[in-house]
Design a protein around this ligand. Structure first.
Ligand code: ATP
Ligand code: MG
Length: 557
């Protein structure tokens, strides 16, 4: 997956539409917006919308507004506003402006009065129950509300009193007067304003009525002179309503809504409701838990923004909803980390090895390439060898299976970059566990190259006991153990992968990692890609496993 962006780019019909509109001169410049509701953290699905909204604006020299869709004060918080900004910037995109739908509350209200004056909106005083009944369903046309023919004066009076806070929640609703028999349910006199005596994170207690998404969205687009209002497919059936408002109001521009398919992955849940539940019921450690599909979780886990943007480019933009195999994302992550993560050695489950013929109190330093695959090695790091080293417990077998190429009694292996060692003795504790190996090393084969040219097949990673740095390593795996958590009658919470987090307290890593800043991404050779967690400090290193070198799930299934 190392092709350039253009070769790997999948079809994107929105890009084609924009290119046409610019070529035909319909728009001299395009304007888009990304409209998150600040009621949760952004997830990888949002990354696709971000790549489409910001990415296409950038590609075509247009601009993209970040607009917080803050019309539902009950669920929205400033914490989410800040996290959303951070995530977009992390992905590498820039907004031309930040706006809030609440910036337009006065204008939206004025337009609602215009609709009332034009006889195109009315205050309905039915109960929620009665309104639901009156809407009918797909097979049955709705029935007109008994309040539908209120006079303009009465409607204006009631609407102004709704605004002033005179009525209880649910007492009245402002509805558009369109067509209760429309085959499109969204056109059956949709609600424009509902009464909510709620504190808003920006407008405080100024408002007692709040606009619906449908009423606010298109008009906000028009105010911002958005040319292409890009959203996901579930809004397709809302488009006639979007256009009805634009056509019936004196708005400053005429935006066009275009819908594209959502991004979904196997082994993930993406709805904010479910993500919130995972956080609030402590199934994970927070919105940025490295197992979460949130961008903050993926960042903490060690995914690079480039991997996520490349993935979105590869998936493309179409009108067909589908589920992407999570291994495609993992592949994109491995591919990017492989190119950018310097190599180190780390031993996860240390087994002590004493080199009996190595001088006491001596350190032998070796140079090792940061990127062994590159011609120039990509720079070097210095690695100390001492009399006692740690190797991976899994790299020793007392009674080796066939084709075993790692440590075993009597077998010679290479300590990567440094030495050839032969296992002479196995030391066990009272209960028979192997606790130490006594080996000899070949002083003539420094760097691991035998003078006589003999073949040494196995190469294992290791860390000096004296110089190595202790680390806590958190191994992450998929959060769910089934492809479609929550599908059918199942409860997604019953399908959590019990092994999604494994904490190793006693790992040892190369000494130069002691100073590594949180967020530093590395590869531990032979194991996988890792990064330093924000919980880390210079005297207590905490490292996350981002992903193993190879796909261990491919084997399982
Ligand atoms: P959820 O349904 O999970 O709560 P949402 O769609 O309500 O998500 P918003 O904050 O309203 O979340 O979304 C902001 C933008 O991101 C919208 O334009 C929405 O269409 C888009 N978006 C959300 N989820 C996805 C997804 N899975 N794939 C692509 N775009 C998405
Ligand atoms: Mg939404």
């Amino acid at each position: 997956m190392s092709e350039s962006k253009d070769e790997s780019a999948a079809p994107n019909f929105v890009r084609d539409i924009i290119a046409d509109d610019l070529r035909s001169g319909k728009h001299p410049q395009i304007v888009t917006r990304f409209p998150p509701e600040p009621n949760g953290y952004l997830h990888i699905g949002h990354a696709k919308a971000i790549c489409v909204d910001f990415g296409l604006a950038k590609e075509f020299g247009g601009r993209c507004t970040l607009r917080f869709d803050d019309t539902n004060p009950v669920k929205e918080e400033t914490e989410f506003v800040e996290s959303i900004k951070e995530d977009i910037a992390w992905l590498g995109f820039e907004w031309s402006d930040i706006r809030f739908t609440s910036d337009y509350f006065d204008q939206l209200y004025a337009w609602a009065e215009d609709l009332i004056r034009a006889g195109k909106a009315y205050v309905d005083s039915q109960s929620a129950e009665q309104m639901k009944e009156g809407r009918g369903d797909f097979g049955t046309p709705g029935t007109n509300s008994p309040y539908r023919d209120r006079s303009v004066e009465e409607n204006l009076d009631l609407f102004r009193r709704m605004k002033a806070g005179e009525f209880a929640e649910g007492a009245h609703v402002l509805r558009a007067k369109i067509d209760m028999a429309s085959p499109n349910m969204n056109m059956r006199d949709p609600a424009l304003y509902r009464i909510l005596h709620a504190h808003h994170h920006r407008t405080g207690d100024a408002w007692h009525i709040y606009p619906t998404y449908d009423y606010a969205h298109g008009q906000s687009d028009a105010i911002e002179h958005v040319t292409h209002s890009l959203c996901t497919l579930e809004f397709e059936a809302h488009r006639p309503l979007y256009e009805w408002f634009i056509d019936n109001l004196d708005v400053p521009s005429k935006p066009r809504q275009i819908e594209f398919a959502r991004l979904n992955f196997t082994y993930m849940v993406m709805s904010k409701r479910k993500l919130r539940q995972l956080v609030e019921e402590d199934h994970v450690l927070g919105w940025d838990d490295p197992r979460m599909p949130t961008l903050s979780g993926m960042r903490r886990r060690g995914f690079s923004p480039a991997a996520i943007v490349n993935l979105c480019e590869r998936v493309g933009v179409s009108k067909r909803n589908s589920q992407v195999d999570v291994s495609l994302l993992e592949h994109a992550v491995r591919d990017d980390l492989n190119q950018h993560s310097p190599r180190h050695m780390g031993v996860m489950r240390p087994l002590e090895v004493v080199l009996e013929n190595f001088p006491d109190d001596h350190t032998e330093w070796f140079e090792a390439p940061q990127f062994p695959g590159r011609e120039d090695g990509g720079g070097t790091r210095r690695i100390p060898l001492t009399k006692v080293v740690y190797v991976e417990h899994d790299d020793f077998m007392e009674e080796p299976v066939k084709k075993w190429r790692r440590l075993a009694p009597g077998v010679e292996v290479r300590l990567r970059y440094a030495a050839l060692v032969t296992c002479k003795e196995v030391v066990k504790n009272d209960v028979g566990d192997v606790v130490r190996l006594v080996c000899t090393w070949d002083p003539e084969a420094k760097g691991g190259n035998p003078a006589d040219g003999r073949k040494v097949k196995g190469t294992i990673h290791w860390v000096s006991a004296e110089h190595g740095v202790p680390a806590t390593v958190r191994n992450y795996d998929r959060l769910f153990s089934v492809e479609n958590p929550g599908a059918g009658e199942t409860n997604f919470l019953d399908q959590l992968n019990p092994d999604s987090l494994e904490v190793l307290e006693g790992a040892r890593v190369e000494p130069d990692l002691a100073q590594a800043e949180p967020g530093t991404r590395i590869q531990f050779e032979r194991l996988g890609y890792y990064c330093v967690d924000p919980d880390s400090s210079p005297d207590a290193l905490v490292i996350n496993r981002t992903i193993t070198l190879r796909d261990s799930w491919a084997k399982k299934s």
